[in-house]
Every structure is written in structure tokens, then in C-alpha cells.
Write a protein that binds this ligand. Structure first.
Ligand code: NAP
Ligand code: ZN
Length: 354
């Protein structure tokens, strides 16, 4: 059994997002139905809508993107224990996993071979593919629903569900703390959260940006130093000095220029996912026993830990709240690095559609 809800979808890699109606399942005993209040716009939404990751994760059309969801619980299934109607709740990039594989058992559902992403994954319940948060409502198993601390603004908390956890998780994993010098490459949605978390963990933070106009903001957000990465002299000043670099750049760039800034045994973790492979010089790694790795969002328990940390420290994203009618324009602005620093869609605008 299902019901219809309003959404925005794209019909092909070259079509704009446009209003549509989509089905959602009626809550089963373990499901939570959520009225979506805000949904952040992640650059992954743009990569997916435009099928830029066709070799790894081909897009099924029509696609309804969105995996930074905050909303109000409207109904719960008979077996749900953790949520009740009226609660503020959130959903990130994952809506299901097998729960039995080694990754799930270790709390790393994001690496489960049978995970279900919030959009563009096979939908076990309704057939077809899952549809994301650019929508009026969503129905999710309670194991994948998160609790939002009540002191956080829901519009600014939505981006925590992807940009937040994707930066929090590797910074924690690589032991970023007081006494460490940490670089953040790219001051967009992920990057600005990386700066806030690295600062909150006590590190010395250096932002690397291609946009000189973001310098003041970077300092205000918590950076100790800002480097315009196109300036070779400025880059050279940091050679061999960073313990850890979080690379959030969404497009092609020379990763060697950043690897060379690492100290001995330093690590650069890619969270940015440019469509084309990056060229890595062996010498960037050999010299100084440096390492290059990647990281994918975070598990459910760690996502809740991150939200609770944000509640305790009053951390949210810097958002530009937009009506959904402006989503296509927002995508163009993301591609120009013109975002300060996350778009958050006010889903009430979906209700005003004819
Ligand atoms: P975003 O808001 O568009 O920010 C990306 C930033 O990268 C831009 O603001 C810009 O910062 C920088 N940048 C853009 N083009 C660049 C280039 N050619 N060279 C160097 N820097 C460039 O995007 P986002 O939402 O933060 O996402 C960033 C990337 O992470 C995307 O590829 C996204 O798909 C990926 N992602 C991965 C995960 C994961 O789990 N691993 C999760 C979410 C997103 P400056 O203006 O400061 O240079
Ligand atoms: Zn995302």
C-alpha cells in the first residue's frame, strides 16, 4: 500500500528538476513517516542528477535527489519504539543495510555491500528506485532515522546529515586534535563543516581555496590560516608541514600539490568525488611515507554521535535557505563554487505549487 507525495525530479542527465508526484509506502511496523521540513543540496545530488558518476553508480531516471533531510514525524509503525508523532527527526544518505555483514556489525553501514541509499538504490518495498528528500514526505525504517538536538535550527541542521558526518568521520578517524596542523581543501558545503569540526577538535586549521573572496569567511568559520591554492608561493610556505588534509574538492585538481604539503607519515583523505580519476605521482607518497585514502559518509551510530556533538557545541551549517523553485539555479551556483556555504531547501515551498 502506498500514498502519493509531491517531489522534484529530473528525467534525464540534461533535464532540469521539475515538480512531480511520487509514491511512498505506507509505514510498515518498523517505519517512521516524516514530513520533510528542510533538505540540503549536496554536490553529490548534482553529480547524480547529471549522471557524472555513470561508471560507478549509474543514475536511474527519473531521479529525486536529496539526502540531508530534517523533518517532523507524522506517523509511526506499530513496532516503532524510538520515535513518536511530533518528534524532530532526520535522515541522511542511508535508509537500509543488511545488518549482518562485517561492516554492519562494526557500525559501518556505509560500507555494507547490500546498503540502500536514500535515492537511486533499488527500492525493496515499492520496486523501482529509492527517492530522496526533495519531497514532501519520506518513510524510513526507524534504525536509519536520527534524532536532532532541539537547540539546533532545523534548516541549518539538515546539512549535518551528509556534509557534517562526511567531514566529522575522517577527522575523528585520523585523530585530528589539539597540536595537529590540518588542511581543508575547498570551502564549500563539506569544507566549511570540516573547518568547524577541526576547529572544535582543537586543531590548527589551514583552508586551501581557489576563491580568494572566501578568505574572510574562512577565518570567521574557524580557520587559523587561508591559502589561495592557485598561488604557488603561498602553497610552498606550508610544504612538509601538515599532519592531515581533508580534500573536499568536487572537480578535477592536482592532488600532488596537496600531498607535498604533508609531513612525514601524513595522510590526505579524499572525500570529494570528482568524476574523473586523479593523477597521483608515486613520489608524492614515497617521499615522507605519506598516505592517500578516502572516506564515505559515516555509520548510523557515528552520525548520531556527530549530531549530539553539534548539539553540545552549537554547531550547524551556514545556510542559504531557498524555495525549491530555485533548485536549478542553485545547482548552477554550486558549479561556480558560489555557495555560502550550503543551500537548504525550505520544503514548505513545495506545498505552494499549483
Ligand atoms: P560544494 O559545496 O560544491 O564545494 C566544493 C568546493 O570545492 C567548492 O566550493 C570549491 O571550493 C572547491 N572546488 C570546486 N572546483 C574545484 C577545482 N576545480 N579545484 C579545486 N577546488 C575546487 O560541494 P560539496 O557538497 O561540499 O561536495 C564536495 C565533493 O564531495 C563532491 O564531489 C561530492 O560529491 C563529494 N561528497 C562526498 C561524500 C563522501 O561520502 N565521500 C559525501 C558528500 C559529498 P573553493 O571555492 O574554496 O575552492
Ligand atoms: Zn551528500
Amino acid at each position: 500500500m502506498s500514498y502519493d507525495t509531491m517531489a522534484y525530479s529530473a528525467g534525464s542527465a540534461t533535464s532540469p528538476l521539475a515538480p512531480t508526484r511520487i509514491p511512498r509506502r505506507d509505514p510498515t511496523p518498523h517505519d517512521v513517516q516524516i514530513e520533510i521540513l528542510f533538505c540540503g543540496i549536496c554536490h553529490s545530488d548534482v553529480h547524480s542528477v547529471r549522471n557524472e558518476w555513470s561508471s560507478f553508480m549509474p543514475t536511474n531516471y527519473p531521479i529525486v535527489p536529496g539526502h540531508e533531510i530534517v523533518g517532523r514525524v507524522t506517523r509511526v509503525g506499530s513496532a516503532v519504539t524510538r520515535y513518536k508523532p511530533g518528534d524532530l527527526a532526520a535522515v541522511g544518505c542511508l535508509v537500509d543495510a543488511d545488518g549482518t555483514c562485517p561492516s554492519c556489525r562494526d557500525g559501518f553501514e556505509q560500507f555494507c555491500p547490500n546498503l540502500t541509499l536514500t535515492f537511486n538504490s533499488p527500492d525493496k518495498h515499492l520496486g523501482g528506485v529509492t527517492r530522496g528528500g526533495y519531497s514532501d514526505s519520506i518513510v524510513v525504517d526507524e534504525r536509519f532515522v536520527l534524532r536532532v538536538p532541539s537547540n539546533l535550527d532545523p534548516a541549518a541542521a539538515a546539512p549535518l546529515l551528509c556534509a557534517g558526518i562526511t567531514t566529522y568521520s575522517p577527522l575523528r578517524h585520523w585523530g585530528v586534535a589539539k597540536g595537529k596542523k590540518v588542511g581543508v581543501v575547498g570551502l564549500g558545503g563539506l569544507g566549511h563543516m570540516g573547518v568547524k569540526f577541526a576547529r572544535a577538535f582543537g586543531a590548527h586549521v589551514v583552508v586551501f581555496t581557489t576563491s580568494p573572496g572566501k578568505t574572510e569567511d574562512a577565518l570567521r568559520l574557524g580557520a587559523d590560516e587561508v591559502v589561495v591554492s592557485r598561488n604557488a608561493d603561498e602553497m610552498q610556505k606550508h610544504a612538509g608541514s601538515l599532519d592531515f588534509i581533508l580534500d573536499t574538492a568536487s572537480a578535477e585538481h592536482d592532488v600532488n600539490a596537496y600531498l607535498n604539503l604533508l609531513r612525514r607519515d601524513g595522510n590526505l583523505t579524499l572525500v570529494g568525488a570528482p568524476a574523473k580519476p586523479l593523477g597521483v605521482s608515486a613520489f608524492s607518497l614515497i617521499m615522507g611515507r605519506r598516505s592517500l585514502s578516502g572516506s564515505n559518509i559515516g555509520g548510523i551510530a557515528e552520525t548520531q554521535e556527530m549530531l549530539d556533538f553539534c548539539g553540545e557545541h552549537g554547531i550547524t551549517a551556514e545556510v542559504e535557505v531557498i524555495p525549491i523553485q530555485k533548485v536549478n539555479e542553485a545547482y548552477e551556483r554550486l558549479l561556480r563554487s558560489d555557495v555560502k556555504y550550503r543551500f537548504s531547501i525550505d520544503m514548505a515551498s513545495l506545498k505552494s505549487l499549483p
